[in-house]
Design a protein around this ligand. Structure first.
Ligand SMILES: NC(=O)c1ccc[n+]([C@@H]2O[C@H](COP(=O)([O-])OP(=O)(O)OC[C@H]3O[C@@H](n4cnc5c(N)ncnc54)[C@H](O)[C@@H]3O)[C@@H](O)[C@H]2O)c1
Length: 377
């Protein structure tokens, strides 16, 4: 193990972002491993973690300038925004959600600063799972079912129907398109609310798995244009949860299909962060989450987990902490050498783009991580 590392935790300043990248429980683990932890004043407040809870673990509370200037490893949730670019510097490893393929100014700021930038969203296991994205899909899926139930209420503009029904009154119908992490979690909560649930999937293997873990409590149907049209016409709530890795979401719901849905039905398009899976979808915010098209309420919030920062912070830090510990204990170079999933997270190192899709997106040069690490300092 290398000498102790100084780990900073920045306060998020992006509007509507209340998560924090390390909980007091995580801070204690790092302190117990001999590391120094500096948490920016108020960083945990939005997730109900006061400064005193961090101090009780042995972490230090400090102002923003100190945290960014002194940290060797800086933990964040969201990508740095323009006013933070000047804080990026050589010798700093930044670990956060970055999404830089869609953000050229940030890509150039990272390259010019000499920072090592590790992106949560591209940490990828050998079996192609994205462990640092999965918890946010779990949260979004569960929230989608709640949002569906909420906006079905008459005063919210919905049909005026209780998903669970009551004795003598039939249950509401929820149709989930895409049975991945979001879809499974949406189905679990919809079932819990008493709804009758159908999942449309196109992977037979995934359907077999869902059949097994949901013990036949949902209808599993092969996804096709005709099936989608028929299913959504009878639904009270439709949840869009498809993903085609690396691509925009397919427009599975045409405008005509939406028009064919019941008046006051709710459509939650969770895939909106990939462009949405209906022709009628456009992104909304928590301040103004819904709009109506042809009598169908559309809920299309692009950062759903932001609504529940206490849960989202804990879910995120549960999965990031092992990677943070690996980098803190071994240094970035040794940590990535032993952990291919973490290595895939490195997007920028020593002024070079080390993640091919990012270089392609901006027409910039790509250098494999191994080459950059092997280059003389
Ligand atoms: N809005 C938000 O706040 C938020 C939060 C988290 C995730 N998401 C988004 O939710 C979407 C789903 O994420 P996930 O983690 O569940 O992905 P996932 O890969 O676990 O699941 C996607 C599923 O869609 C299925 N699929 C693909 N094409 C299909 C089709 N034509 N018909 C039916 N099923 C199809 C796949 O087989 C897969 O099972 C993604 O677009 C993701 O970016 C949004």
């Amino acid at each position: 193990m290398l000498p102790a590392m100084r780990i900073g935790v920045a306060r998020e300043i992006k509007p509507q972002e209340y998560r924090v990248a390390l909980t007091p429980a995580g801070a204690r683990e790092l302190v117990l491993r001999g590391h120094e932890v500096i948490v920016e004043t108020g960083a945990g407040a939005g997730s109900a973690f006061p400064d005193a809870d961090y101090e009780a673990t042995g972490a230090r509370i400090g102002p923003v300038d100190e945290v960014w200037a002194q940290a060797e490893l800086l933990l964040k949730v969201k990508e740095p925004i323009a006013e933070e670019y000047s804080r990026l510097r050589e010798g700093l490893t930044l670990f956060t959600y970055l999404h830089i393929a869609a953000d050229e100014p940030l890509t150039r700021a990272l390259l010019g600063s000499g920072v090592a930038a590790v992106a949560y969203e591209t940490v990828e296991t050998d079996d192609r799972r994205l462990p640092l994205l999965a918890p946010m899909s779990e949260v979004a899926g569960r929230l989608a079912a709640q949002a569906g139930a909420h906006y079905l209420e008459k005063p919210k503009g919905g049909r005026g129907l209780l998903l669970g029904g009551v004795a003598g009154v039939s249950h509401g119908k929820v149709v989930v398109i895409g049975g991945g992490i979001v879809g499974y979690n949406a189905a679990v909560i919809a079932l819990g609310l008493g709804a009758q649930v159908t999942i449309l999937e196109r992977s037979v293997d995934r359907m077999r798995h869902l059949e097994e873990i949901l013990h036949g409590r949902v209808s599993l149907v092969m996804s096709s244009s005709l099936q989608i049209e028929e299913s959504v016409a009878g639904a009270d709530v439709v949840i869009g949860a498809v993903l085609i890795p690396g691509a925009l979401a397919p427009k599975l719901l045409t405008r005509e299909m939406v028009a064919g849905m019941k008046d006051g039905a709710v459509f939650c398009d969770v895939a909106i962060d990939q462009g949405g899976c209906a022709e009628t979808s456009h992104a909304t915010t928590h301040d103004d989450p819904v709009y109506e098209v042809d009598g169908v309420i559309h809920y299309c919030v692009a950062n759903m987990p932001g609504a529940v920062p206490i849960t989202s912070t804990k879910a995120l830090t549960n999965v990031t902490l092992p990677y943070v510990e690996a980098v803190a204990d071994n240094g970035l170079g040794a940590a990535v050498a032993h952990n291919p999933a973490l290595a895939r997270g490195v997007n920028v190192l020593d002024g070079q783009i080390t993640y091919e899709a990012v270089a392609e997106a901006h027409g910039l040069d790509y250098r494999p991580l191994g080459d950059v690490l092997a280059a003389p300092a």
